[in-house]
Design a protein around this ligand. Structure first.
Ligand code: FAD
Length: 462
């Protein structure tokens, strides 16, 4: 048992933790990061953002080759799925990116410790695992992330009753995949397996998909997903899942059960705040187990901070990263800030859906006067050339000041287009600012400019 002292110990090597470690090292601090998994990168790199996007990209190529190439004059003799090769590509992407963090850690002289960490009294962390030891630190950041949640009556079995982790690694295409929960993870994974040939039924408790997103966009997305072949049962309360000889049966309150051969439970995520030794220093959590922090990420225990999924809010990698940087800057520089009003959210379906700032529903609810500008991809040259013209950009600007309050995009590469909108909101831009900015032609970004013009009723190409 060796003992070592650091300026900062970060528990958890996900986007919140590894970015915090890197920022502290940039500031010249001695830093250790403890991660229990063999690869750094957290859920995002190992079993979240990255593998899901690798499969979305690959399944999109498969579907395009099968159904869209011919219409573009590209003849392919036969298109076959090689699922093991697709999974191997995914694993390669994950390996390259997680290995990249190891490289940055080495370059920045960050000590990477392997094992399960727990707080063990003020300023002390005990690690069980490969690097079995106790270490001490001036400051500790808890960035232990989250795990898949389930519903009462449903036990995840790591196989037929799957979480997103297993749905990223099915060894064969399910005949019928039942997805419980129409949030972004369920829709993304449902899209992957539908493209690869599965029948996919999405069951959702609410009477809409994508809870929390702008409802107009969610309604339009639902129509498009239905056309693509995803089946939806909205407003249904799932009460249990039974494993049958050949698959699963999902029970729904007051409705016939749905049979499938696999079920994906994507109903949210729960914080990893158990067995962390929080009680040894007095770190408090809320009723759901999220670690409670003040605006500077301070927990109720002196010297202990927390960021990322484990403190709740938008469970997104870039939100965790922003918090990791802001927390470290607060600790070592005395100031740090995250603008929670400008956290973009992207659903990587086809078309993509991206949103930043206030939704129309929120503005209505708060009684904020606004003007709306909307422009369709149908009237955009680049979208037409790409053959993907579904969707629009919608800009919501304050009625009196014209300040942009929210931007919602459904359409090709919406996830990339939203960055301009986020920068505009961050800088306090008006819709007139965006409308007067010269956008290259022919680009999809011209739809954003046209939507900004439309706020003032002067869209040009329509
Ligand atoms: C299928 C899926 C797709 C997703 N897609 C996106 C996306 O496209 N975009 C996006 O922004 N977000 C996405 N997310 C969400 C994103 O992955 C998370 O918001 C993000 O990973 C949170 O980062 P974090 O650092 O807070 O926690 P995590 O990434 O969960 O990392 C926490 C780390 O701490 C480690 N740990 C936990 N306890 C201990 C301990 N006691 N000792 C040592 N180590 C410990 C864990 O092993 C883990 O590696 C997706 C999630 C899933 C499941």
């Amino acid at each position: 048992m060796s003992s070592t002292h650091f300026d900062l110990v970060v528990i958890g090597g996900g986007p919140g933790g590894y970015i915090a470690a890197i920022r502290a090292a940039q500031l010249g601090k001695s830093v250790a990061c403890v991660e229990l998994e063999s690869a750094l990168g957290g859920v995002c790199l190992r079993v979240g953002c990255i593998p899901s996007k690798a499969l979305l990209e690959s399944s999109h190529m498969y579907e395009a080759a099968k159904h869209q190439f011919a219409g573009r004059g590209i003849k392919v003799a036969s298109v076959e799925l090689d699922l093991p090769a697709m999974m191997e590509h995914k694993a390669g992407v994950v390996k390259a990116l997680t290995g990249g963090i190891d490289g940055i850690f080495k370059k920045r002289k960050i000590t990477r410790l392997k094992g399960r960490a727990r707080l063990d009294g003020p300023g002390r962390v005990t690690i069980e695992g490969k690097d079995n030891q106790s270490i001490t630190a001036e400051y500790i950041i808890l960035a232990t992330g989250s795990s898949p949640a389930t519903l009462p009556g449903i036990e995840l079995d790591g196989d037929r009753v799957a979480s997103s982790t297993e749905a990223l690694a099915f060894t064969e295409v399910p005949k019928h995949l039942v997805v419980i929960g129409a949030g972004y993870i369920g829709l993304e994974m449902g899209t992957v397996w539908r493209r690869l040939g599965a029948e996919v039924t999405v069951l959702e408790y609410l009477d809409r998909i994508l809870p929390g997103m702008d409802s107009q966009v969610a309604t339009d997305a639902l129509k498009i997903f239905k056309k693509q072949g995803l089946k939806f049962q909205l407003g249904c309360k799932v009460t249990g899942v039974t494993k049958t000889k050949s698959g699963v049966e999902v029970q729904i309150d007051g409705q016939p059960a749905v049979q499938g051969d696999r079920v994906l439970v994507s109903v949210g995520r729960k914080p990893n705040s158990q067995n962390l030794g929080l009680e040894t220093v007095g770190v408090e959590t809320d009723k759901r187990g999220f670690i409670t922090v003040d605006p500077n990420f301070k927990t109720s225990a002196p010297g202990v901070y927390a960021v990322g999924d484990v403190i709740g809010g938008a469970m997104l990698a870039h939100k965790a990263e922003e918090e990791g940087v802001a927390c470290v800057e607060y600790i070592f520089k005395g100031h740090g800030h995250v603008n929670y009003d400008v956290i973009p959210g992207v659903v990587y379906t086809d078309p993509e859906i991206a949103t930043v700032g206030a939704s129309e529903d929120q503005l209505k609810q708060k009684g904020v006067p606004y003007r709306k500008g909307q422009f369709p991809f149908l009237a955009n040259a680049r979208a037409r050339a790409s053959g993907q013209m579904d969707g629009y950009v919608k800009i919501l600007a304050h009625e009196e000041t014209d300040r942009i309050l929210g931007v919602h995009i459904i359409g090709l590469h919406a996830g990339e287009l939203i960055a301009e909108a986020a920068a505009a909101i961050e800088f306090g831009a008006s819709s007139e600012d965006l409308a007067r900015t010269c956008h290259a032609h022919p680009t999809l970004a011209e739809v954003t400019k046209e939507a900004a013009l439309a706020v003032d009723g002067r869209a040009l190409n329509i």
